[in-house]
Design a protein around this ligand. Structure first.
Ligand SMILES: NC(=O)c1ccc[n+]([C@@H]2O[C@H](COP(=O)([O-])OP(=O)(O)OC[C@H]3O[C@@H](n4cnc5c(N)ncnc54)[C@H](O)[C@@H]3O)[C@@H](O)[C@H]2O)c1
Length: 339
């Protein structure tokens, strides 16, 4: 079978990573990169002299492509993805899929009607450390899950058309949905625009899932330290996934607390039983998650299968972001999400 003919739209910060992967994959034939910035197109030409470059992405429609990748700012995802689907192209859209749930619903409907692949770039769903985390949860290694805590902090990169919630939280929300395989019941969030009026650069999101599982996400563009950490606390064990580490991304702590036995007469001693056992560091075979994601997109097109991070997953993340944004604007109100 001939390699899938791909075009990339957007060659800013993230587009070059997608370009490198689709360029190197033997199953894809990267033909063209479009970017409205002449400087960015010069950068494409310097690195990939034989690729076609276009300033107007609409010129891609005459090139006989099978698929496009949309790596432009979030506000442009919906119009560009819609245009591409209407030109019968399979589409991989960067996160967040859209800025409104109705827009995501429209893209899903369009892709379904035309039997096209619509995938969203939830990169962490293709990360082997996240896969390992899910295995520990699903196999009961951690026991009953009590809560999850996510921190994604750094200094920058500030955006003009999006806040930290829409920029960084899609990663953690998509990870939580993937790990737990459940929808949250409610969301509340708090955020502050510290540096630029109206653009929240720090946010705290609380999600309540079924079975009394809570999840907490802290995202910030304004923190002195780079942090990419998820802690999962269960009744048997606890896990810390630190994405910044190379060799020790996952640490399983045999730590926990057992409550005192039920005191029937009220005079018994009130002793908690603390466990502090070994720390296990599993060996995880790490393949670049973005490479896996790009290959998966091609496989889904070829085999007509639904992507792991399909349009509906993108919609779920957008719905949660909308509810969190609403909560921030309404003084941390509790938002119940309708699924
Ligand atoms: N999956 C990940 O881990 C990850 C990481 C970073 C960014 N992203 C996502 O990738 C997307 C792009 O982010 P970025 O940081 O690269 O942004 P960026 O602003 O650095 O780059 C966007 C590029 O798109 C171009 N562009 C804008 N509108 C266009 C249009 N109509 N036609 C053609 N080109 C256009 C701009 O000129 C720019 O070069 C965002 O959705 C972001 O959330 C994903």
């Amino acid at each position: 079978m001939d390699p899938i003919k791909v075009g990339i739209i957007g060659f800013g910060y993230w587009g070059p990573n997608l370009t490198r992967n689709f360029y190197e994959l033997p199953t894809s034939n990267l033909v063209v990169v479009a970017d409205m910035s002449e400087d960015r197109l010069k950068a494409v030409q310097a690195r990939y002299p034989h690729l076609i470059i276009k300033q107007d992405y609409k010129e891609l429609f005459a090139l006989g492509l099978d698929a496009v990748v949309v790596a432009t700012p979030p506000a442009t995802h919906y119009p560009i993805a819609k245009d591409c689907l209407e030109h019968n192209l399979n589409v991989l859209v960067e996160k967040p899929l859209t800025l409104k749930s109705e827009q995501a619903e429209e893209l899903i409907k369009l892709a379904d009607e035309r039997k096209l692949t619509l995938m969203v770039g939830h990169t962490f769903e293709y990360n082997s450390a996240v896969h390992a985390l899910k295995k520990y949860i699903d196999e009961g290694v951690l026991g009953q899950i009590y809560y999850l805590d996510c921190a994604r902090l750094n200094l920058g990169l500030f955006q003009r058309d999006s806040n930290v919630l829409w920029d960084l939280a899609p990663h953690d929300i998509s990870i939580l949905l993937y790990l737990l395989g459940k929808h949250p019941i409610s969301v509340s969030a708090q955020g502050t625009p510290c540096v630029f009026a109206g653009i929240h650069d720090v946010a705290y999101i609380n999600l309540m899932f079924p079975d009394n599982i809570s999840a907490h996400i802290h995202v910030s563009w304004l923190d002195p330290c780079k942090v990419r950490r998820i802690t999962v606390v269960g009744s048997k064990k606890m896990v810390v996934y630190n994405d910044i580490e190379n060799e020790t991304k996952i640490k399983i702590y045999d730590k926990g607390v057992d409550p005192p036995p039920q005191d029937t007469n009220g005079f018994g001693e009130f002793h908690f039983n603390y466990r502090a056992g070994d720390i296990t560091i599993p060996s995880i075979r790490f393949i670049e998650p973005l490479r896996q994601e790009c290959q998966h997109f091609i496989d889904c097109i070829v085999n007509h299968t639904e992507p792991c991070s399909c349009g509906r997953d993108g919609l779920e993340v957008v719905k949660i972001l909308e509810a969190a944004q609403h909560s921030i604007m309404n003084g941390q109100a509790q938002e119940v999400i309708k699924w």
